[in-house]
Design a protein around this ligand. Structure first.
Ligand code: VGL
Ligand code: ZN
Length: 204
């Protein structure tokens, strides 16, 4: 077991991000086995779940003429329009059936406000509305985080960058991550994480 100040944060290992899902990440299901093997080693274990209302503003279907994977502007900045995914209570929003969820201490849902997306597990995309995760981790004495899950270049990267900014020691275990890679977003996100002092281990 790792020291009591170490947490594993498992980002969005949900059916819609796995092959056959609404926003499938290539080989997304391959993160399940390594995560299942890692989780018992961490004294603090958090799973996150993307959890959108059916009319969420990040969905292309919520915009007249909105094309999936195109870029639009929101009051809080640029926003990719996604295929509808992880709708609250749907099968696509459920965790991958093979993911070991019983060992989790906390399941944190994000992206539930209709008008704002939330890639990061710490702050919504306005970069100021908190999810509460920082307080949870601090009150449990966590100082060091390992992040895994989906997708490397969106929710994992945004979570890692926020965590580093908040002063946590951050590692991303790439062997247990897979990327969407929209227009070079994977390379860009790896570079940003490195520049922010995030330790990148392995490769996805
Ligand atoms: C994610 C796009 C939209 C992710 C969530 O989990 O990386 N990406 N919603
Ligand atoms: Zn989403």
């Amino acid at each position: 077991m790792r020291p009591a100040s170490d947490a594993l944060i498992v980002i969005d290992v949900q059916n819609d991000f796995c092959p056959g899902g609404a926003l499938a990440v290539e080989k997304g299901d391959q993160v399940v086995a390594p995560i299942n093997a890692m989780i018992d080693d961490y004294p603090v274990r958090v799973l996150t779940q993307d959890w959108h209302p059916a009319d969420h503003t990040s969905f292309a279907t919520s915009h007249v003429g909105g094309e999936p994977f195109s870029l639009t502007r929101m009051p809080y900045g640029p926003q990719v329009l996604w295929p509808a995914h992880c709708v609250q209570g749907s099968a696509g929003a459920a965790f991958h059936p093979d993911l070991r969820t019983d060992p989790a201490d906390l399941i944190l849902r994000k992206g539930f406000r209709p008008g704002i997306d939330s890639y990061s597990a710490f702050f919504e995309n306005d970069q100021s509305t908190p999810t509460g995760l920082q307080g949870y981790l601090r009150s449990r004495g966590v100082a060091s985080l390992t992040l895994v899950g989906l997708a490397t270049d969106f929710c994992v990267a945004w979570s890692a960058l926020d965590a580093a900014r908040l002063g946590f020691v951050v590692t991303v275990e790439l062997t247990a991550c897979r990327a969407i890679d929209l227009d070079g977003s994977l390379a860009g996100s790896l570079e940003q994480m490195r520049a922010a002092g995030v330790t990148l281990v392995g490769s996805g």
